[in-house]
Every structure is written in structure tokens, then in C-alpha cells.
Write a new protein. Structure first.
Ligand SMILES: *Cc1c(COP(=O)(O)O)cnc(C)c1O
Length: 451
């Protein structure tokens, strides 16, 4: 593919505020949003985007914001990454849709081949493509159930797997994801996670605790799948203690339970490995990917052992748009970008920069209880100074102060007390440093939470 035609330099890579945030055009658009869009669809910032590239999002008033969110870990290769733009422009002119289940096309097969090559393990694999993370998680459960003939699914405390009915049942946090949206799908059982900051357990002990509960309350013979995020996303960027994931995977292997890694947020170089499971050499039976897979186009996938993936009858898996040709072209270009630009290493460099900055900040601010995460998936958990009581109010105020200064940061966590940083890997070190100067000032300007 030839060099991109778009001029990335038109999105100047600097933070620049030309109005107070939100600016007048954004205020106008927000009023239209409130009149036209369902209230249930919230926004983190009341600022409307016009363009984005590298580490910058430009709003409709011309403000240049530093992007530490990547649209929730999606634009890992950068927004409108040059190879993605070129590939999609070519594809949109060739054809936009035929439905892979009617008249298939090569790019879907090529994405499947790439995922079979890139996901953990060198066993024989197959892939199926879908549109959203939640849809792929649902399909992983369908595949595990039909392959095992068992009904139950094990998930974990703090888990996030999506907003469809089955994935709401699998998601832990009631507000905002589940509140008043039940009844939920049955046969979903929740086990305790390894959460080193809060439980102090080593990986083996935490795994034994979870597996004991599953054996006593569900029974291995009834379990089709155990579904886990190798580092939890919405739940608070919780990285289990070393040994936790390998112990769960080994138990699954012994008991014929399908080990499903939900790598929707952690996949595609985000954590400084191509997949987060690679770090401890864990080989899942099924891997679910989405978010970072296609540079911003909607695509998701289930990849796994051929004998499991081939268990479903023909016609049992699919969907009208699954593996849309534009999304497949984008995914191939995103994968090429990750490999050609060395983005796995780039994520490790970002990790070093972020952890250095945040650990220094933690030294001087005891409200930062924990600094954790890997690659370009780093978080701080905020607590009442001197203890571990969650401080969601501080997280909200620090995020608001950073937003006002033109830095896009997100919060997460069961207790709402986690600030998470998910920069695109196309961001420069200079922008990262400036963003964390802003974050540092936001902490300094936020007095202790009252009460
Ligand atoms: C975002 C996310 C999902 C859901 O993906 P959607 O595309 O929003 O449906 C599932 N699992 C994890 C770990 C996620 O981060």
C-alpha cells in the first residue's frame, strides 16, 4: 500500500485552548444532543470532536486536546492512522458490503489468518468476526456451550463484558450498566478476583479461593466457560497477582472448561504485549478481541482452538455486518501499523514514562493509593490519605480539572475512584509529559475530599 494522501500535519501536535471548555460551538451542539439523543447515552466531556490524529483531538471550536483515552482504548494505532485511512478509502470505493455469509471476500479471511497467527499459542485456530466487544463475548459463550454441552459461565468480581443482556449478566457493576435493566440471563456465576491492592493475596491463593467457590457452588462439570479480562478494564485496571491467570487456565484444562480471555480492552499492543495473556505465557482456549483491532472501525473477533470454534453448526454463527469489509481493511492496516511501527515496544516505552511520572506523584500525594497497569493501560486508584477507603469524589474532581485544561482522561473502577490513562501509541513523549504536568497540577489544585 502506498503512502497516505492525508496530511497529518494539519492536526498540530500541541495542546492549545482558544476558548474556555466547552466552547460556544460545543455548547450549541450539546443543546442539540440533549434535544435529539436519548439521555441514557452520556458523554465524559461536553466537547464535540472535529478532527483527531496522533495524540491530539481537535474540537469544533478549534481547541486542541491531549488524548489520554483513545476513545476507550480503540485508536491504539492513532486516530485516522495513515495506513488505516488509505486502506478504508480504497475499500469504500471498491465495495461497502456484500455480507460475508452471502458472497464472502478475501479481507475477512486475511483478518482471520492474522488473528490465528497473532493470538497466544501455536495450535490450530479458527476465527469468527463480529461488530462489538459484547457481541463477540456472547459468541464466545455460545461456542463454549455448544462445544462442551454445559450451561454455566464463570465470571469475576469487577468484571466488565458489555451491555447486551447476557453480557450485562456477566458484568459486575450495577450502576450505570445494569440498574433497572433486568431480568438478566441465567447460569452466570461470579467468583472473587485477585486484586492485590485490596486483598493482599498472592496469585495462587487468590486462584484457589475462586476455584473453591466455583467447585462448591457451580461444579466444574456444569461449567462451559470461565471468562476473564487478563487486566480488568472498566472494573479499575486491576492486574491480578502473578500466577492467578496460569492457575485458572490450568484448572480449566484439567476440568474441560473453556478458558476465555476477554482481551477486548487489553489486546492489540495496548499492554506492551500483543495480547496481555502473553506476559505469563497463558494460552486461552478462546480469545475475544475488539476495541484496538481496527483503528476505530467497529470490529470484533473470537479466535480459538479449531476443535472448539468448529463445533457450532454452519449458520449458527454470524450476523449481517460481522466482518464488514471496511472494518476488515482497517484491521489489516492497523495490524500492519503495529508490526511495522514497533508499537508493542512503544507501549512499553509509554509504560515507563507514565509509571515514572505517576510514582513520583504518589510520593508526594498519599491520596494515590496504587499505581498500576501495563503498557499504555495505566491507572491510579485514589483513596482517603493514610488508608484504602475509595475516594471517587477526588477522581471526579481531578478528571474535571484535567478536562478544563484540555486533557482527556477517563475514570473507572467499581468504586469510581480510578483515573485511567489509555493514550494512543501514536502520541509523542512531549505531549505525554505535558499531559502529566496538567494531571499533576490537577491533583495539586484538588483539596482533600471533605467529610
Ligand atoms: C469495552 C469492553 C467490552 C464491550 O465492548 P463493546 O464494543 O462496547 O460492546 C467487553 N469487554 C471488555 C473487557 C471491554 O473493555
Amino acid at each position: 500500500m502506498s503512502a497516505p494522501a492525508i496530511d497529518q500535519s494539519t492536526v498540530v501536535q500541541e495542546r492549545r485552548l482558544v476558548t474556555a471548555l466547552p466552547g460556544p460551538r460545543s455548547v450549541e451542539l450539546m443543546a442539540r444532543k440533549q434535544a435529539a439523543v436519548a439521555a441514557g447515552v452520556g458523554t465524559t466531556m461536553p466537547v464535540f470532536a472535529a478532527r483527531a490524529a496522533g495524540g491530539i483531538v481537535v474540537d469544533v471550536d478549534g481547541n486542541h486536546l491531549i488524548d489520554l483515552g483513545s476513545g476507550i482504548a480503540v485508536t491504539t494505532v492513532g486516530n485516522s492512522a495513515p495506513r488505516v485511512v488509505a486502506a478504508v478509502q480504497q475499500q469504500v470505493a471498491d465495495f461497502t458490503h456484500t455480507c460475508f455469509m452471502i458472497t464472502p471476500y478475501e479481507s475477512y479471511v486475511a483478518v482471520a489468518e492474522a488473528l490465528n497467527r497473532l493470538t497466544p499459542g501455536d495450535h490450530e485456530k479458527r476465527t469468527a468476526l463480529f461488530n462489538s466487544g459484547a457481541e463477540a463475548v456472547e459468541n464466545a459463550v455460545k461456542i463454549a456451550r455448544t462445544a462442551t454441552g454445559r450451561p454455566a459461565v464463570a465470571v469475576f468480581d469487577h468484571a466488565y463484558h458489555g451491555r447486551t443482556n447476557l453480557t450485562m449478566a456477566m458484568t459486575a457493576k450495577v450502576m450505570p450498566y445494569k440498574h433497572r435493566f433486568g431480568p438478566f440471563a441465567s447460569e452466570v456465576y461470579r467468583a472473587p478476583l485477585s486484586y492485590p491492592f485490596r486483598d493482599g493475596l498472592d496469585g495462587a491463593t487468590a486462584a484457589a479461593r475462586a476455584l473453591d467457590l466455583l467447585e462448591k457452588q457451580v461444579g466444574a462439570d456444569n461449567l462451559a466457560a470461565l471468562v476473564i479480562e487478563p487486566i480488568q478494564g472498566e472494573g479499575g485496571f486491576i492486574e491480578p497477582a502473578p500466577g492467578f491467570l496460569p492457575a485458572l487456565a490450568a484448572w480449566c484444562r484439567t476440568n474441560g472448561v473453556v478458558f476465555v480471555a476477554d482481551e477486548v480492552q487489553t489486546g492489540f499492543a495496548r499492554t506492551g504485549d500483543l495480547f496481555a495473556c502473553d506476559r505469563e505465557g497463558v494460552v486461552p482456549d478462546l480469545v475475544v478481541s475488539a476495541k484496538g483491532i481496527a483503528g476505530g472501525l467497529p470490529l470484533s473477533a473470537v479466535t480459538g482452538r479449531a476443535e472448539l470454534m468448529d463445533a457450532a453448526h454452519a449458520g449458527g454463527l454470524g450476523g449481517t455486518y460481522g466482518g464488514n469489509p471496511l472494518a476488515c481493511a482497517a484491521a489489516l492496516a492497523a495490524i500492519e501499523t503495529i508490526e511495522a511501527d514497533g508499537l508493542v515496544q512503544r507501549a512499553r516505552d509509554v509504560e515507563h514514562l507514565l509509571l515514572t511520572r505517576l510514582r513520583a506523584l504518589q510520593e508526594s500525594d498519599p491520596r494515590i493509593g496504587d499505581v498500576r497497569g501495563r503498557g499504555a493501560m495505566i491507572a491510579v486508584e485514589l483513596v482517603r490519605a493514610g488508608g484504602t477507603d475509595p475516594d471517587p469524589d477526588l477522581a471526579r474532581r481531578v478528571a474535571a480539572a484535567a478536562h478544563a485544561e484540555g486533557v482527556i482522561v477517563l475514570t473507572c473502577g467499581t468504586y469510581g475512584n480510578v483515573l485511567r490513562f489509555l493514550p494512543p501509541l501514536a502520541i509523542s513523549d512531549a505531549l505525554l509529559d505535558e499531559a502529566f504536568d496538567v494531571v499533576e497540577r490537577a491533583f495539586a489544585a484538588s483539596p482533600p475530599t471533605a467529610g
